[in-house]
Design a protein around this ligand. Structure first.
Ligand code: HEM
Length: 362
């Protein structure tokens, strides 16, 4: 390689292009509205951070696309997911900057933006699809908005991404391959079910013991709830019920993946399960952060628009609130808490399994 030209700050960052990319519509039609510059810049900063999030997710995605994943790659995955979480922190706090614009200042230029809308953020949709929220995963009313407001090339680009398995799918495949519960000499789930029975019988005893305190009607009610909990546990071990819940879109992961994820959560303290546990936790954090952002964004839209419709033609904050409630990816991981049991009741693992889960310096 020959001598290189000295790198110059503005050239390296292409600031000519970047800083010449803010062109308020209000200026084009007469007099510039002061706050439109803020509106443009905040959106642009979001799009830049979306680009970085996609960059991180794609790298995590390619790791999970491999047939087997080395332990050290898991540390990189955790580090990248942690970075996404930090960026999400910025995305959330940026809404405060946006909210320094008052609804009346917004009204000065809002009509000039119709029909443009956040619906057309291709990168936001790409993040959703990459994680596992494709067109089919939306409630019917959102499907029209999901890709419907996009230009043909943008729609085609996203549909192409949708053809690949989502990260949720790759994660499911990886969870299915977790080996530790398939030990011939030790039926882990039989032992686990014994512990569950101990826990539920204990709960039943406590409820019955409180009859004097609550009265028999209240006691019957509580026993009925306990019966529902029992059934939920049963549904986890009955593949037919589990699959019917998948069909009803109440569960996403296969039974095998679900059970293995539960095993990771239960035995998170075992060294080899520590990074997988960190990954599952980071994914729940990321899901939760997007949900929080969606809620905050819907509150902001309410504050700016009242009950007016959005520039993209949706019902405005009502639509956004519904999207916040429905558009979650890793709900199955949250629901696994239903099946956690106290550490004191965890089945003791035989030495042969324990050895596989351990690593130590000697
Ligand atoms: C004054 C500020 C804002 C208002 C009043 C507002 C309002 C809305 C409304 C009403 C929608 C629903 C679609 C529609 O009918 O247009 C929407 C969607 C959206 N907005 Fe905003 N928005 C604002 C700022 C932002 C910012 C700063 C971002 C950052 C990128 C953003 C990103 C999005 C996205 C991604 C969607 C699609 C959400 C989905 O379909 O789940 N918005 N916005």
């Amino acid at each position: 390689m020959g001598p290189r030209e000295p790198v110059y700050y503005g050239d390296y960052l292409q600031l000519d292009k970047l800083l010449d990319s803010q062109h308020p519509e209000s200026k084009k039609v007469g007099s510039e509205c002061h706050d439109e510059m803020l509106f443009i810049l905040v959106h642009q900063v979001y799009e830049l951070w979306f680009k970085q999030i996609i960059h991180e997710l794609k790298s995590v995605y390619s790791t999970f696309g491999e047939e087997s994943i080395e332990e050290k790659s898991l540390s990189t995955v955790v580090a990248r997911l942690e970075r996404v979480k930090k960026i999400q922190g910025l995305l959330l706090s940026q809404l405060e900057v946006m909210e320094t614009m008052t609804p009346m200042d917004f009204l000065e230029f809002r009509d000039l933006l119709i029909p443009a809308s956040g619906f057309q953020s291709v990168q936001f949709r790409e993040i959703e699809i990459l994680l596992g929220l494709g067109t089919k995963d939306r409630i019917a009313v959102d499907r029209e908005y999901f890709l419907g407001r996009l230009s043909q090339p943008d729609r085609e680009k996203l549909l192409k991404i949708e053809e690949q398995p989502s990260f949720l799918k790759l994660l499911e495949g990886w969870l299915e391959r977790v080996p530790f519960t398939a030990n011939k000499s030790f039926d882990f789930w039989k032992e686990y079910n014994k512990s569950v029975e101990t826990m539920l019988s204990r709960d039943e005893k406590i409820i019955r013991g409180n009859e004097d305190h609550f009265g028999s009607k209240e006691m019957e009610g509580q026993l009925a709830y306990l019966g529902i909990t029992r059934k939920t546990f049963e549904s986890l071990f009955d593949e037919k019920i589990h699959n019917s819940l998948i069909e009803k879109k109440e569960r996403k992961f296969s039974q095998k993946a679900t059970l293995n994820a539960l095993f990771i959560l239960l035995y998170r303290d075992e060294p080899i399960l520590n990074q997988p546990f960190n990954i599952l936790t980071a994914l729940m954090d990321i899901d939760e952060n997007f949900t929080t952002w969606r809620y905050r964004h819907s509150m902001m839209a309410h504050r700016m628009l009242g009950t007016k419709i959005g520039t993209g033609g949706s019902s405005g904050h009502e639509y956004l609130k519904r999207a916040a409630e429905n558009n979650r990816v890793f709900v199955d991981l949250y629901n696994l808490s239903t099946f956690l049991i106290p550490r004191s009741l965890l089945p003791v693992l035989p030495d042969s399994v324990k050895k596989e889960l351990d690593f130590h310096f000697s």
